[in-house]
Write a protein that binds this ligand. Structure first.
Ligand code: NAP
Length: 281
């Protein structure tokens, strides 16, 4: 396995790869199954060993596919899954985690996230996460789609300061978190996990990304991904269901955009000048 992918630190100092793999919409179409399995395994081979999934994806079908992809490879991977907010009660989290472990054919998750904030009090969810951690079923826990005020409330909750990360929508076209959320996380040594790093393949048709891509002989996707990966304290989980895209994403992790290119990007994808509520997909 190659090890040329940079890493970031979780708050406890554990190093994880800056570039991982997403799985949303995988395992839902039998015709794509072989390609998706090959893509995931190729990514692991290339060092993109952090893999994100959720009980929500394909109603469990995505975790089943990933369980199959991980046969014989589980120990090489930093495995992340997410619990639905409606399962986030003290008992619900435990039951949901057991189901995810079964589908993923493993005895532990490396990271377990609350998918988004629901009506269950945070204290209850944190208590369940900590119980799972004590039982060795999860190694770290975190949250997703939490804005700065939600994070403030979380760390004020008993046990809440043990949160390892916040998985958020962040990419070149969605820069709102730069105003306050990313600095808040950085101040607490908590890395941000960027989801939809190539904006769910909905980047604008024509932008400075195209000029940079043309000049570099790479794709717009690679430029957009390189831009996210260059941000300190941020790691990213692009989803690619084809081996070619996985290879391209791996190559993007080796692409360094220079100051002129970054400035050109800023003229079109402007950094926020005021608070924007956190967006989610
Ligand atoms: P994304 O990774 O930004 O984009 C995925 C799309 O881009 C797919 O259509 C993929 O095509 C395409 N793609 C990827 N790399 C490419 C490349 N190098 N060249 C051309 N096309 C490329 O969007 P996402 O799936 O929304 O986000 C990534 C992961 O984040 C998800 O899979 C999921 O694990 C997580 N997520 C979490 C939340 C949350 O609420 N916490 C929300 C959304 C996503 P192919 O599949 O055809 O290769």
């Amino acid at each position: 396995m190659t090890t040329d992918i940079a890493s970031v630190s979780l708050p406890d100092g554990e190093r994880i790869p800056k570039l991982g793999q997403g799985t949303w919409e995988m395992g839902e179409q039998p015709a794509r199954r072989a390609s998706e399995l090959a893509a995931l395994r190729c990514g692991i081979e290339l060092g993109m060993t952090l893999i994100d999934t959720a009980e929500m994806y394909g109603d469990g079908a995505t975790e089943l596919l990933l369980g199959e992809a991980l046969a014989g490879l589980r120990d090489q991977v930093f495995l992340v899954s997410k619990v639905y907010p409606h399962n986030a009660s003290r008992r619900g989290v435990i039951a949901a985690c057991e189901q995810s472990l079964k589908r993923l054919k493993t005895d532990r998750l490396d990271l377990y996230l609350l998918h988004w904030r629901g009506s269950v009090p945070l204290a209850e969810t944190v208590e369940a996460f900590e119980a799972l951690r004590s039982a060795g079923k999860i190694r770290h826990w975190g949250v997703s789609n939490f804005d700065t005020d939600d994070m403030e409330e979380l760390v004020a909750t008993p046990g809440g300061e043990a949160c390892a990360t916040n998985q958020i929508l962040y990419n070149v076209a969605r820069r709102g978190p730069e105003f306050d959320l990313l600095p808040w996380l950085a101040a607490r040594n908590m890395p941000a996990m960027a989801y939809s790093p190539v904006d769910h393949a909905r980047l604008p048709k024509r932008s400075p990304l195209d000029d940079i891509a043309d000049a570099r002989g790479v794709s717009v996707f690679q430029v957009a991904l390189a831009w996210v990966l260059q941000k300190p304290g941020v790691f990213a989980i692009p989803k690619a269901g084809r081996v070619e895209h996985v290879r391209d994403n791996h190559q993007a992790s080796q692409l360094q955009l220079d100051a002129r290119e970054l400035a050109a990007i800023d003229t079109y994808f402007k950094p926020p000048r005021s608070k924007r509520p956190l967006e989610m997909l």
